[in-house]
Write a protein that binds this ligand. Sequence first.
Ligand code: AKG
Ligand code: FE2
Length: 341
Amino acid sequence: MSLIADAQSADTQFHEVPIIDLSQLSSKDPDARQALVAAIREACIRVGFFYGAFLVSNHGIPEETIEGAKEAAKRFFSLPLEKKMEIENKKQPNFKGYSPLFSGKNDPYGAADLQEGFEFGWEPLEGTTDEGNKEYDNVSGAMAGGNVWPSPNDAAGFREAALKYYYAATALGKTMFPLFAQAVDAPADFFDDKTKHSAALMRLIHYPPQTGDVDDRTMGIGAHTDWEIFTILWQQPGIQALQVLNSSNEWVNAPPIPGTLVINIGDELARMTNGIFKSTVHRAVNRSGVERYSIPLFFGIDFNTPLEPIPTCVSAERPFKYEIITAGEYIKSRLQATYNH
Ligand SMILES: O=C(O)CCC(=O)C(=O)O
Ligand SMILES: [Fe+2]
């Protein structure tokens, strides 16, 4: 069946987030590849979220890299507020840096978010090679501007640990673009010329425990969709916080599952697929009584690239329904709406 016919006949109800085994991510076996592409297509049409499971192989983000980033985040967030505010995101043209508690409001109809975060994009790390990213250009367009970091005197090793995770997660992400392309019947290399510069933004998030006398409306992150092509999310083991909205407006829990990462579609890919792939609403609330950390990597197409339709996703009966703007213009407008509320 064609992609559009598949999308029209799909049952878009779900009561759990599907698990897809990505161990065969780089397999050259055509049958294994086809099965994987079909599973991704089905999950992205129906749910917009899946757990990428790595039952046989590791996902390429070593446990010590995850642990290093989480520990670095812990140390950074425990700094005095005035230190963190020196690199406040609102002082930067592209909202990189630190966002304090209640500074973001992801759900315009909800309360401000009970979380603090630190956001950054690609930059080289001395003494390592990151071959895929040599052409990176962060000087032009809507998202121009580099990263800001806490002083090494305050947060020794923070930048190194954060960038190490970033490289591992973007390397994994690069292997996923061909899958998403094939899942919409586009050539496997469809995203290659649109992802030369790693327009991936990584966020370290700290959710204080939300206990006692708290407003029911308060969320760690209010109901929202992500903005890029897809997100790779690491969530702290053992704590239920993330929830995904189904088409009956019920919140479906997406607890952490060991050996998996959560992968979800963002608005850029929903737009490029003309709504065939879902950018699904989700939220997180930490009522566990203990601190929670999570690390999303939001992997978009290059900021100066327009969000144009993928040809297989439009037809005479299904014309493109979005205004064409660049990825950078889109991301910048979402950042402004979230932090200048
Ligand atoms: O912390 C989580 O589990 C979700 C975070 C999230 O949805 C986001 O930052 O966009
Ligand atoms: Fe999100």
